[in-house]
Design a binder for this molecule. Structure first.
Ligand code: AGP
Length: 602
């Protein structure tokens, strides 16, 4: 986690540094800091809280500089505080770090570091202390990094300022770093989003690369400090996804963007007139695989859960799903003829990335479904299926989730097409999803009213069956993420095996109930809840409403759906309820406490 931005420029670069930090705030936002070097002297500012606090103090202190490194933190070792905030300043160097140093206590003894010199609780300050020693020994910043990297176990991207030089020195292993080249500057950031708007070209650093950048040049070295060249790519300008416009929060904007993002994603892979699904060109014949293994974390994992239902019902392939943080350590055996699919909005989630490695080590072909096309996961996988949601800024995933579902739905149809058994009803219905989504968005006031009734409740439950079971989990995740309320999702049929004990008078139970083959079973489960005093909030279609009226305390009617479209369309109600409840409760919707957008730690 954490974000790094560093710039070496002809002119003052502090505004670009601050704007870069704002763009990286999705990686963590509990404290931030920056340091500059001027006339061989380090100056710095650190602050606890959001970037706004740092910006204020930088302005107040009139901090300027042409060469600066900066950091936004998501605490792993040591709580958010000034003493744990980056950069770390030692005699000869300044450091910012993203990642986790696993052997930092061993390094203390290996380098005979005096514990008194370490003032913070972090795993990072020790690196600054060691680098300081190595600079004294080698008198060469690049050689010193080479020696440092040899001893480290863990993941890192580092940026250093060094006495006697106007360059920035960086290196990476397991955490992303991208170099940005401009007319009068060179920059480096954890993500292209952090780079200045006037960046012209970018270079992705590879594992163990070391780079030195100053205002006019960049030198890249491999792990043995041999000079190397890395490919340059054109920098694509950031889009207006980064501006809230008339919306109160990015999450609100992203929810309301979904008619467009879903349609964009679907039209990218399917042609209504020619009646075909066309995935990007590849030699992979997906219908020839016997097993599909889907792995992801959080919301992306819920999209895999939905896909399991789809793929099992619509194709002849076995499907297994796993949470990435479990899958990577499992001692599972791979059957021949399997394909591994990883799903990730950011494309940087460490556990998901490690699963990709695991697939590769076992010679399993890999597919990634990612929203960030130049992410580590995208670059490492054999085949990419992009979700065209556009940048998602709100920590709670909304439009990226519905785009993941859209791609997975198309993937299932694509396999059916290869198996020559495409379901025409499903195929035609995907082109109508955005209209149903729009209809639901037009009912925003109904969802506000529901949210209002949840303000004083201590617990909330979501239930569903079939494809609505993962959606119940997603509804609960969304709600707890941004409202901080206790909320759980259950497979409705499981209630009587334990969770029913939690139902007491007035406990709200939100039921996701499209009128499908599970509907009547669900009605029985609702009655179990009702009999124990639970308050039923039912989300269903017209047909479902006719029957459900008498069992529900509150009912919202959404458009008719089918097995393939219902998870995408029912995403909207769960997002709107969570969003409006969070607004009523006054939480920090876009940056909820303790979380970060991109989870690059294990
Ligand atoms: C979603 O609302 C969450 N913030 C989180 O669960 C997220 O989906 C998860 O961390 C996976 O992220 P990724 O899609 O970027 O890999």
């Amino acid at each position: 986690m954490c974000g790094i931005i560093a710039i070496a420029a002809k002119n003052d670069c502090i505004n670009d540094i601050i704007s870069g930090l704002y763009s990286l705030e999705y990686r963590g936002y509990d404290s931030s800091g920056l340091a500059t070097i001027k006339n061989n002297h380090f100056e710095y500012n650190k602050n606890v809280g959001k970037i706004f606090n740092l910006e204020k103090s930088v302005k107040k202190n009139k901090l300027t500089g042409n060469v600066a490194i900066a950091h936004t933190r998501w605490a792993t070792h040591g709580k958010p505080s000034i003493k744990n905030c980056h950069p770390f300043i030692k005699d000869n160097c300044v450091l910012v770090h993203n990642g986790i140093i696993e052997n930092y206590t061993d390094l203390l003894s290996q380098y005979s570091i005096n514990k008194k010199n370490i003032k913070s609780d972090t795993d990072s300050e020790i690196i600054a202390e060691i680098y300081n020693k190595l600079l004294n020994k080698f008198n060469n910043p690049v050689e010193a990094i080479k020696n440092l990297n040899k001893k480290i176990i863990g993941s890192f991207s580092f940026a250093f300022l060094v006495h006697g030089s106007n360059s920035i020195f960086v290196t990476k292993r397991g955490s992303p770093l991208v170099l940005g080249i401009g007319k009068h500057f060179n920059a480096v950031s954890s993500d292209v989003l952090g780079l200045p708007d006037s960046t012209r070209e970018i270079i992705f650093l590879e594992e163990n690369d070391i780079a030195e950048l100053n205002e006019s040049s960049i030198s890249i070295f491999d792990k043995n400090t041999r000079k190397i060249k890395r490919e340059k790519h054109k920098f694509v300008q950031k889009q207006d996804f980064k501006i809230k416009g008339n919306y109160k929060h990015f999450m609100e904007k992203e929810i309301f963007h979904q008619p467009i993002s879903i349609e964009d994603t679907i039209l990218n892979f399917a042609d209504k007139k020619r009646k075909i699904v066309y995935l990007p060109k590849s030699n992979i014949k997906f219908n020839k695989f016997s097993n599909i293994i889907l792995v992801a974390c959080g919301t992306a994992y819920h999209s895999c859960m939905v896909a399991k239902y789809w793929l099992e019902a619509m194709t002849n392939i076995n499907v297994s799903i796993d949470i990435a943080s479990e899958f990577r350590y499992r001692k599972n055996k791979f059957s021949l003829n399997s394909v591994g699919i990883v799903v990730s909005q950011s494309g940087e989630t460490m556990d998901t990335l490690k699963c990709l490695d695991k697939f590769k080590k076992n010679n399993i072909p890999t597919v990634s479904i990612v929203n960030v096309l130049n992410s580590s996961i995208a670059r490492l996988s054999d085949f990419i299926l992009p979700t065209l949601a556009g940048s998602e800024i709100g920590v709670a995933s909304t439009k990226a989730f519905t785009s993941q579902l859209s791609v997975l739905a198309l993937f299932a149809l694509h396999i059916q097409q290869q198996e020559k058994s495409i379901n025409k009803l499903y195929f035609n219905s995907i082109f109508e999803i955005h209209k149903s989504v729009n209809e639901i968005l037009n009912k925003e006031n109904e969802f506000k009213k529901i949210a209002q009734t949840l303000v004083d409740t201590k617990s909330i439950f979501y239930i569903g069956r079939g494809v609505m079971y993962p959606m119940a989990l997603e509804g609960a995740l969304k709600l707890k993420e941004i409202t901080y309320k206790h909320c759980e999702g259950f497979a409705a049929g499981e209630l009587k095996h334990g969770p029913l004990a939690l139902i007491e008078k007035n406990i709200p139970v939100i039921v996701l109930a499209p009128y499908d083959e599970n509907y009547f079973k669900l009605i029985s489960n609702i009655q179990e809840v009702k009999a124990r005093g639970g308050r039923i909030i039912m989300i269903t279609d017209k047909m479902g409403a006719k029957i459900a009226k008498k069992y529900s305390d509150k009912l919202i009617i959404v458009p008719k759906t089918n097995f393939l479209t219902s998870p995408i369309i029912y995403s909207l109600p769960i997002q709107l309820i969570a969003y409006y409840l969070a607004v009523f409760l006054g939480t920090d919707v876009d940056q909820p406490r303790n979380l970060a957008k991109s989870v690059t730690v294990e």
